[in-house]
Design a protein around this ligand. Structure first.
Ligand code: MN
Length: 333
């Protein structure tokens, strides 16, 4: 038996700001490659790690184009809903989303903790899912399952199950903290788009090949090549291969870091400006650095001797009143 695992496809009809290619065409090419691969390998099922769509209710025009490709898939697709598949990241909204709708129609099969068993007469595989919910990374229980009456247990999760610590600002669960508790032979994770190198702990695999698409132009995404995983179950044992998608082009060809660099340039300039303001207010002995009018007056007074003073004062005054209303017209007067 073979399975193909793909995650975070984020199907959408609009290009993210950082893409320079025809994003929808690229998405279609990748989806086509995944479907062809699954058909060629005659997989028993495609397993999806969540965030199939970028928004819970994607437009029908673009979605129809993707549906035209997905319907050529010969195997069923099992999925755990990701946070992008839900309204407000709330699992109780699933019935009102396109994924929930397709699930009820059984076009796509939605996984939860209740095991699904797939067998071919030789091997029996248990499949469970941990859909996204806001507390998925509180305690890690969602990532822990029991293996029952099967050769191989596969658990598919949409949460921040990570191979290393990400500091106190992010909620996550460490693989090291659940490896001894779960009985899944394979834990296949999505959600964290960058993925990580395959982890083998306590005789179990923990895989996240990363998102099928690169939505951001971070340095890590520039260097990443989207991939899928093929699970091969033979003789009661499972092994896997990671396959880089051929239709995924090098980051430099499809991602533009211009906006990121612009933003960091603006952030640097803002810091420089704030530094100047702090110096001025410190010199003037102001305690209220948050009083913009006082700062403005101080700066204007400092340039009284310059020839452009009158013009600058007039301009500042008119901008100031535009932003803060009529009462601000006295500024600099
Ligand atoms: Mn995602």
């Amino acid at each position: 038996m073979r399975f193909l695992y793909v995650t975070d496809t984020h199907l959408r009809g609009v290009a993210p700001r950082n893409r320079v290619d025809d994003f929808v065409a690229t998405l279609k090419a990748k989806l086509h490659e995944v479907v062809e691969l699954a058909n060629r390998m005659e997989v028993t099922a495609v397993l999806h790690g969540g965030d199939i769509f970028d928004v819970p209710m994607p437009g029908l025009a673009a979605t129809g184009e993707f549906a035209g490709i997905l319907r050529r898939l010969e195997a069923p697709m099992y999925i755990v809903p990701g946070n992008h598949d839900l309204h407000g990241q709330n699992p109780s909204t699933l019935t009102r989303t396109l994924l929930g709708f397709l699930g009820r129609w059984e076009v796509i099969l939605i996984l939860d903790r209740k095991p699904v068993y797939l067998e071919d007469g030789n091997v029996r595989v248990q499949i469970t899912g941990a859909p996204y919910h806001y507390a998925i990374d509180d305690g890690g229980g969602d990532y822990v399952i029991e293996k029952r009456d099967c050769d191989v247990a596969v658990h598919i999760c949409h949460g921040a199950l990570l191979d290393r610590s990400f500091g106190p600002m992010v909620k996550y669960t460490l693989i090291d903290d659940i490896a001894g508790r779960t009985e899944a032979d394979y834990t296949l994770c999505g959600h964290y788009h960058l993925g990580y190198p395959d982890v083998y702990r306590e005789g179990k695999w923990f895989l996240n090949p990363g998102a099928m698409v690169r939505l951001s132009a971070s340095q890590a995404e520039m260097e990443r090549r989207p991939a899928v995983v093929v699970l091969i179950v033979e003789g009661g044992r499972a092994r896997h291969e990671t396959i880089t998608l051929k239709s995924a082009r090098p980051g430099l060809e499809v991602l533009d870091r211009g906006r990121i660099e612009d933003a960091s340039f603006r952030a640097r300039k803002r810091q420089e400006f704030l530094q100047v303001v702090r110096q001025i207010t410190a010199q003037a002995g102001y305690t209220a650095r948050t009083d913009p009018e006082a700062i403005l007056l101080h700066v204007l007074n400092g340039m009284k001797d310059k020839p452009e003073f009158a013009r600058v004062r007039e301009e500042v005054s008119s901008l100031w009143s535009e932003v803060f209303g009529e009462e601000a017209k006295s500024c600099g007067g």
